[in-house]
Design a binder for this molecule. Structure first.
Ligand code: SF4
Length: 330
């Protein structure tokens, strides 16, 4: 069933989600496809996905999948990583414009220039990149980390080397603290995790004295210092699932993350920590990643039906593959 809604925009049409889900199911079989969905995409997409997870788990799921086609509901760099690790598979992404502010903050030419400058100053370093980077940037790095494996990878950097950590300064600062390794930090940040309001977090804590704050390490230090638990999305899930007694959690990460937390551990209550809008200084519940929000059920259906947009192999993927395989698969 497809209905046109009365709207000022004639291009917007509504389709019954149940019909879309049936169509997606049929197209998946026809195309020998599986759907991978990041925890930050809409709950309805997570619910129809074959695999959900963080970047690390999904990269591994893409490699293990026996299907010839993967629909990656996430953002562009995730589709690139899936293609790099599974070059023989067709990788479709629902929206080619779904980017990432963090990945955009560290373009490959700028990183190459900075690395050359550091070398000319006598620095002997290895470059560790958060997975939220473009493939071109990854190809210039020695290691790739996710929030799930970062400590383990940093332990593999020879102790006599300095570490240049890109692109997330907040995650880098946190990792430097927990590993004791000094790092040169690239000044990038995620537009979603950077906007949390410390004042509103403290107010929420005061109003809910028994609440626990769980925060993603992409959050600034001022938020992390009030957190009871710091971890990436998979670790957050494990943490809430480990507590049987009902709790109230104040969640400092992308707001859609509440969907998988609620599904896994429904005994708890979850409240998103409010964000602060830089333009007017007001707080809001706007902690949705606008790039992840580009993924919709319609676009999942469209890319399965049309076989595009597709992530195609690029020459620099080969070098990025060496780095990704060494970091994520070994
Ligand atoms: S939440 Fe931040 S880091 Fe994650 S995809 Fe969106 S902009 Fe990038």
């Amino acid at each position: 069933m497809s209905l046109s809604l009365p709207t000022t925009s004639p291009s917007i049409s509504w389709e019954d989600p149940l019909d879309l889900m049936d169509e997606i199911d049929r197209l998946k079989k026809e195309r020998d496809a599986v759907i991978l969905a990041h925890f930050y995409v809409d709950g309805e997409i997570q619910d129809i996905a074959d695999h959900t997870g963080d970047s690390l788990k999904l990269a591994r799921d893409a490699v293990r999948a026996s299907a010839s086609t993967i629909v990656f509901a996430g953002v562009h760099f995730m589709g690139e990583s899936a293609k790099i690790l599974s070059p023989q598979k067709t990788i479709l992404i629902p929206d080619l414009q779904a980017g990432c502010s963090l990945a955009d903050s560290c373009p490959a030419p700028s990183l190459a220039a900075y690395q050359a400058q550091l070398r000319s100053q006598g620095h002997d370093f290895q470059t560790v990149a958060y997975i939220n980077t473009t493939a071109a940037t990854k190809s210039l790095c020695d290691w790739i980390v996710t929030s799930g494996n970062a400590r383990e990878i940093i332990d593999r950097v020879p102790p006599d080397k300095e570490i240049l950590f890109v692109p997330d300064q907040h995650l880098g600062r946190y990792l430097s603290e927990v590993t004791g390794r000094k790092m040169i930090l690239w000044p990038g940040a995620c537009q979603v995790h950077e906007i949390f309001s410390v004042q509103d977090l403290l107010r929420a804590k005061k109003n809910n004295p028994h609440s626990l704050v769980i925060a993603h390490p992409e959050c600034p230090h001022a938020i992390l210092e009030h957190a009871d638990f710091i971890g990436g999305t998979e670790k957050m899930r494990q943490y809430v699932a480990s507590l049987a007694e009902p709790k109230l959690f104040l969640v400092a990460t992308e707001a859609t993350m509440i969907h998988p937390l609620q599904k896994l551990a429904p005994q708890h209550t979850y409240i998103p920590v409010p964000g602060i809008m830089a333009s007017d200084g007001k707080t809001c519940a706007c902690n949705r990643c606008p790039h992840m929000a580009r993924n919709t059920l319609q676009k999942v259906r469209d890319c399965l039906r049309d076989g595009r947009p597709e992530i195609t192999w690029q020459p620099y993927f080969e070098k990025a593959r060496e780095v990704l395989e060494r970091s994520l698969l070994k």
